[in-house]
Design a protein around this ligand. Structure first.
Ligand SMILES: [Zn+2]
Ligand SMILES: [Zn+2]
Length: 315
């Protein structure tokens, strides 16, 4: 984030804040009769309040841009549009997903800003510079699977926790409104839900040394992956990777496949449900009687979960 912030400051925000501050000084000078040509730049690049505001603007506008660009590309080039005829695909669903995501991103960004400002101010373990020795290169390469494995573990448990009857309705149910998701569902969640599921990535940067460029690359990858697992198209039949088919099962039947990248934690936690021909076979995938059975199962599971939630409320 410090690299992004530096470029943004040099090319956009230095002049932006100077203009804002000089307008404010001019207004004050006009009313108080003081000299009106004073240029003020007291909000220097390392001012913590300025960093909070700038990082928020970058994360929020970058989030909107990235979400809309990635989801649009996936929607037009990968998403199986036949899925929109599924009885569980809501009327105006894509519009609803976009409104939900676009309005969640500012809240999500506000919550995320302290992690990024901490990085900018040097509190994280992100490092820079080209590795010099074989050992350093090996460490750099090893941080890729380590990042995926550790953050996958964090997301698995947080996601599973969000399915607890007490938390599900207030925080996570919004993302499960999309029983048959489109790529626009990827970031269509409650801001706190999205934030909680992103905490493993931020925490990782404070606990494990990682090269900052690699971390930035992984962060982009994570967001692309999030869009891809909602695209309804199944290229991979992997039993190890938590593919789009696995996440489709999660949206249909709720209490399975909480993982993000791998099936490892689901298998260990007893929540793994392997996708079947219903997901993999193109003919069955768009078969109306299969859709009817899926809708019935989804309704049954939703009703059972509702009963469980009511029981918890009584305690
Ligand atoms: Zn879920
Ligand atoms: Zn999802």
């Amino acid at each position: 984030m410090d690299v992004v912030l530096k470029y943004a400051d040099d090319y956009v925000f230095d002049s932006f804040y100077n203009k804002m501050l000089s307008i404010s000084v001019l207004n004050n000078a006009t009313t108080s009769g003081m000299a009106s040509d004073l240029m003020v730049s007291s909000w220097t690049q390392d001012n913590v309040y300025r960093q909070f505001l700038t990082v928020f603007i970058i994360v929020c506008s970058g989030g909107w841009f990235f979400y809309l660009a990635a989801a649009c590309l996936s929607y037009y080039f990968i998403f199986d549009h036949e899925m929109m005829k599924h009885p569980k695909f809501l009327k105006n669903q894509v519009r609803q997903e976009i409104i939900c995501a676009v309005s969640a991103i500012p809240g999500f960004s506000i919550l995320t800003v302290p992690w990024f400002v901490g990085e900018v101010r040097g509190y994280s373990l992100l490092y820079e510079g080209t590795p010099q020795t074989t050992q350093e290169w090996l460490y750099l390469i090893a941080t890729i699977p380590a990042f995926l494995f550790i953050t996958d573990m964090g997301i698995y448990w947080i996601h599973r926790f969000l399915h607890h009857p007490l938390l599900y309705k207030p925080l996570h149910k919004l993302h499960h409104k999309w029983i048959v998701p489109s790529p626009f569902a990827s970031h269509a969640f409650h801001p706190l839900d999205g934030y909680l599921q992103s905490t493993p990535y931020h925490l990782y940067a404070y606990l494990v040394p990682m090269h900052k460029w690699l971390y930035m690359g992984m962060f982009i990858f994570v967001n692309v992956w999030t869009v891809l697992i909602h695209d309804g198209n199944f290229f991979s039949h992997s039993d190890i990777i938590n593919t789009t088919a696995h996440h489709t099962v999660h949206h249909l039947y709720f209490n399975y496949n909480y993982g993000q990248y791998f099936t490892f934690w689901d298998k260990l936690g007893g929540s793994h449900r392997q996708p079947t021909a219903e997901q993999y076979d193109a003919a069955l995938r768009n078969n109306k009687s299969v859709w009817a059975a899926q809708s019935k199962d989804a309704d049954t599971i939703e009703r059972e979960d509702e009963v469980k939630a009511q029981k918890y409320k009584q305690y």
